[in-house]
Ligand binder design. Structure first.
Ligand SMILES: [Fe+2]
Length: 184
């Protein structure tokens, strides 16, 4: 189909069409929204990647603490997933485009995937602890970008997400301390 509404929007004129059709009006400066959209899209890709990694470890957990760890990671994955929709919608509300696909997430994420067939329970928890720890730091940087651009709504959401991410890090930190003590 070559109808104007269905043709792929690429190139300079395509970019104009995208701006015209998807450029939600905002009173924030265009320089500011560009930077905020970039950091939020980075966090969005990380959230999807960390969601799936947490689910991966939830599904492949093993050992005597299976029930505790399996349930903890399920709760954490739900909390991570719940960030994604409001995060993506903040990007759209300030007039920018957000993630379109798994491949775009893969190109954007900082979180490193773990495709190993078997990971020890201790290594799983330690990896997630470090991923959440780093994610909180990136969220704090994003908060600064939002502050600089006067985007108080994104900053406010980030404050909650930072607290939640620190809570996940805390639980994982305590669980890994117990894990290292008994070698599991
Ligand atoms: Fe499950």
């Amino acid at each position: 189909m070559t109808d104007k509404t269905t043709q792929k929007m690429t190139g300079a004129s395509g970019a104009d069409q995208v701006a015209e059709r998807l450029g939600t009006p905002t009173d924030l400066s265009s320089n500011a929204t560009k930077g905020i959209a970039a950091v939020l899209n980075g966090l969005l890709a990380d959230s999807f990647a960390l969601y799936l990694k947490t689910k991966n470890f939830h599904w492949h957990m093993s050992g005597p603490h299976f029930r505790d760890y399996h349930l903890m990671l399920d709760k954490q994955s739900t909390q991570i997933f719940e960030m994604t929709d409001p995060m993506a919608e903040r990007v759209r509300k300030i007039g920018h485009l957000t993630m379109h696909s798994i491949s775009e997430i893969g190109r954007t994420q900082h979180v490193v995937d773990n495709n190993d067939a078997y990971v020890t329970p201790g290594a799983m928890l330690a990896e997630l602890r470090d991923d959440n720890h780093k994610l909180a730091a990136r969220m704090r940087e994003a908060h600064e970008t939002c502050d600089d651009g006067k985007d108080v709504a994104s900053a406010s959401l980030l404050e909650v997400w930072i607290d939640e991410t620190e809570r996940r890090t805390w639980f994982l930190f305590e669980a890994t301390r117990a894990a290292s003590a008994d070698g599991h």
